[in-house]
Write a protein that binds this ligand. Structure first.
Ligand code: FES
Length: 173
């Protein structure tokens, strides 16, 4: 990372700390902001966040490694999270999982080489009576079918052609 990028990152973190407060309670919201903008939490970020909040970096690492929505590795522009909890499992989430893996050519826990899609499992998304449910970034989809997986991915791909994403995009659907 270039020095100017580091400075920009530090500036962003300081702004978020000013917004959310400079104590421990700001830790998760600040990490979520970093995740939204930069798609992952690097060691440098953990150090800066720890310095800014005046806590030990190990504490930051503990939070990052505990919460699956906050990642240590870079993630795709579209993060697809398929519910794996019992109701969705009974409503055929395995067919959706297979379709996603086939269409994207990756397994769960992986990101496509072009950096556009990451596939992850999620626990109950609160849509149990309308499963299978999945999230694409912050947009929820219910009663997903293998056919609708095609449509959802196509819409995301079309969005890539329409403009360049800047890190804070939401699902275009
Ligand atoms: S079990 Fe999937 S949304 Fe609740």
């Amino acid at each position: 990372m270039l020095v100017s990028e580091r400075e920009q990152l530090r500036e962003n973190i300081e702004q978020w700390v000013a917004q959310y407060g400079s104590d421990r309670s700001a830790l998760i919201p600040v990490l979520q902001e970093v995740q939204r903008k930069y798609h992952h939490i690097s060691e440098y970020v953990m150090q800066v966040v720890a310095d800014t909040l005046n806590i030990h970096p190990v504490e930051v690492y503990g939070v990052v490694s505990f919460y699956s929505f906050i990642g240590l590795r870079p993630k795709g522009r579209f993060i697809i999270r398929l519910c794996r909890t019992i109701s969705c499992a009974m409503q055929g989430n395995n067919r959706i999982a297979r379709q996603l893996e086939n269409d994207l050519g990756i397994h769960f826990g992986e990101t496509t080489p072009d950096g556009n899609f990451t596939l992850e499992w999620a626990n109950c998304l609160g849509m149990c009576d309308r499963g299978p449910a999945m999230l694409v970034n912050d947009r929820i989809f219910t009663q997903v079918t293998p056919e609708s997986v095609h449509e959802i991915l196509d819409e995301c791909r079309k969005a890539f052609g329409a403009h360049t994403f800047q890190g804070e995009e939401t699902c275009p659907l």
